[in-house]
Design a protein around this ligand. Sequence first.
Ligand SMILES: [Zn+2]
Length: 478
Amino acid sequence: MKRTVFVALFLLLLRAASVQISFKVQDIFGTCTLSQYGHYSSIDAIEHPIDLKQYEDNCVIRISYANDEPLKEFLLGSTSKSKSNSNSNSNITYKKWGKNNNQQTLDIQIDANSLGKLVERFPTMVYKMVIKDLSQAVYETFPLSKVPLILESNNDIHSFSEEVFFKEYRDIATINSWLSLLQATYPDIIKIEDIGETFEHKKLQVVHFSVPSSEIEHREKKTVVITGGIHAREWISVSTTLYLIYKLVQLYDTWPESKMLTNLNFLFIPVFNPDGYEYTWTTDRLWRKNRQQTPVPKCFGIDIDHSYDYHWTKSSDWACGEEYSGESPFEAFESRIWNSYLDETNQQHKISGYIDLHSYSQEILYPYAYSCNQQPRDEENLLELAYGIARSIRLQSGEDYQVLPACIDKDADLLPDLGSGTSLDFMYHNKAYWAYQLKLRDTGDHGFLLPSKYIEPVGNEVYAAIKYFCSFILSDER
Ligand SMILES: [Zn+2]
């Protein structure tokens, strides 16, 4: 009954908001799959979700910098004046995407002109083309269809979610409708809390998931916090957080007395950066920061994950750069709101676990990010838990996730400001005994532009990881 109400309400909302969403016919037998997207250039520009021309002539390449010190220095910018993510040295402009420390490779987004100059400057540079047609790759991450969705009224929330909602990435309006209807369907266990307003006056929302128990009081339970979307373009981290909520609801329906549900509270923030996320849907799919004004006119955005007040240092990146930290700690609206929420609810929640979802590179990062010289407490167990998470993922999907200290991933050993002020360090130091950052799929073939067909596989492998994480926390004596 409730589920029918949920679906009916959701349909109404979809229509009212005229959200363009549709049912994508899937070949359930998994036989041949042609891309259902035509080439974006064959479609009237007015039909494009955003201006795709901005990525024309851009590609993503993977450069191997092993055995080439000058190239490494140039790319990773260990010299003073460099800008970590958007490097305009010698008129060669590029944006850093991802790095593989084991393979010593760096993925960058670069235009044809700059690539030519880069090759001229480093004639022996070894690189491989990863994304040849960036506009097309961007285009293919948006929902395909524009036909309104029509569902039978007897669909329940589960078939609804599996058949439709998680088949595509969703914009913030659709996500918010889905969440508030989930709350309407499960009012006893799900409460959406508006914890503050962003620079652009969007709500920052926490999904509080807690199953009432007669045996253990709410504030006696350990709390697990899971956040997604701190970086706007990392859409898979948003869909995965939503998927985890959905899997817990499913677990509640089938096994409400499960220990994971009755003995733990969960706080989810699926869209930690609502302004930035919205911007990736309307203007620039590859935007990373939030959207607040900086001291430099026409430069917007602070890297939220560089704005926490724990070993905060001002970034060497300028205000227009992708890793700009702001001028002082907690200048980013989102981290400041989250910090006051944590202060206000300090008595209600005993936060024990924290997982911050990002992409890409398939890595499990443990504290600290700001320095490789700072030893995390209880390192042996911290590592054991990280390897357990990696194993759970491997057993679920066969995918490999590397375990490494966050400081290495962030190059804090090369440029000290790069790993400072992270959410991981802040939560680990102040709140959560066990804390990790998970960088989700893939290892670079699609990078930030992971196609939507991976939403469910990634959701399932992370759910396996979270189940393991929760059982570890439940058995932890602390
Ligand atoms: Zn990220």
